[in-house]
Design a binder for this molecule. Structure first.
Ligand code: PHE
Length: 339
């Protein structure tokens, strides 16, 4: 029995492998419930009393050698395949992560969306390439209507007309065509107008327009919503509505907020009046409701629309609209801290 144990000790010492399967086979052969050690301990009963001590020690030694071997091989195997082998020293300092900044137009758009989501408006979007119906005709601007000139249009094709949308009111038409009142939606998006580029105007800009249609919607509801918006957005709670004209709303108004005249910039941006125009609005013209198969006898609604660049210029005191589109890192980086 002694010789057998020695033989096995030698075998254990020599054994080496990198295969998980072979380690497991080795473990079962020596240490398994029907393994060699089990057998040998069974035979131990027959060992002569004088030899019991020596053989007993040898058996215990054999068992611990076998199990250390299994541990050792397993460890070597896992060290091999661990992350450290794959990636090198995992405790070394990492590479710095460059943080980007959200574009100011996105920041302002998200803020406006948040303000209106709180009072139940959903966000709707539509195509930038539009047809005449959604951009003009359905909005109570039939062919040859003089108000079409208010928005210099980029046409893509004539007859039938395809064009770049001049406002996101087109999205509202699409929304009214596919949804029944009550409707509460805001439509942010990029719009296009054939205008000369200057510090104040660009041929591509962004709008966000709102639409609310239900029974008994009144001008008072519109005014209250605008007041809520200007408070949340600018922290200003004084507004005034000046009569205006849009073909798709009747009556129509221009919304001014009282910005104040505290600083020199206030003087500059409000041209010394303290008032700032921020958007157009009005009660949806019954013709627009009819065009989208909503009964104007039963439903009324209001709509409003504003330029996102204009709001961003006010909030961040940006002097030139062209800065939004130049992608100058020095400009964009200034918005890193704004979420
Ligand atoms: N669509 C108008 C524009 O682009 C804005 C507006 C929307 C005005 C809704 C009134 C109501 O100028």
């Amino acid at each position: 029995m002694k010789a057998k144990i020695e033989e096995l000790v030698a075998e254990i010492q020599q054994f080496t492998t990198q295969s998980e399967k072979e380690i497991e086979e080795f473990r079962i052969r020596f240490l398994g419930s029907k393994g060699l050690l089990k057998q040998l301990f069974g035979e131990f009963k027959t060992v002569e009393p004088a030899q019991k001590k020596e053989i007993g020690q040898a058996l215990n030694d054999l068992r611990s050698k076998a199990s250390s071997k299994v541990e050792e091989l397993k460890e070597a195997l896992s060290a091999d395949s661990t992350e450290s082998k794959k990636y090198g020293d995992l405790t070394r300092p990492g590479l710095p992560v460059e943080l980007g900044a959200r574009h100011p137009i996105s920041i302002v758009k998200n803020r406006i969306v948040d303000v209106f989501s709180k009072i139940g408006f959903t966000v709707s979007e539509g195509p930038e390439i539009e047809d005449d119906w959604h951009n003009f005709t359905a909005l109570n601007l039939p062919e040859y209507h003089p108000a079409r000139d208010m928005q210099d249009t980029f046409f893509i094709e004539k007859n039938p007309d395809t064009l770049l949308r001049t406002h996101t009111s087109s999205v509202q038409i699409r929304y009214m065509e596919s949804h029944k009142p009550p409707i509460r939606t805001i439509s942010p998006g990029r719009v296009f107008r054939n205008e000369d580029i200057s510090a104040r105007a660009h041929c591509i800009f962004h709008q966000i327009e709102g639409l609310y249609i239900d029974t008994d919607v009144s001008f008072a509801d519109l005014k209250q919503t605008l007041l809520y918006f200007t408070k949340e957005m600018f922290g200003k709670s004084k507004i005034r509505l000046r009569p205006s004209y849009f073909p798709f709303t009747e009556p129509s108004a221009e919304v001014d907020i009282y910005w104040g005249l505290e600083t020199e910039t206030d003087y500059k941006i409000t041209k010394g009046t303290g008032w700032l125009e921020i958007m157009g609005c009005g009660m949806v013209d019954p013709n627009v409701l009819k065009n989208t198969k909503i009964d104007p006898e039963k439903y009324t609604g209001y709509a409003f629309g504003m330029g996102i660049e204009r709001i961003a210029m006010l909030l961040y005191q940006i002097p030139d609209i062209r800065m939004f589109y130049e992608n100058d890192i020095r400009f964009l980086e200034q918005f890193k801290s704004v979420i």
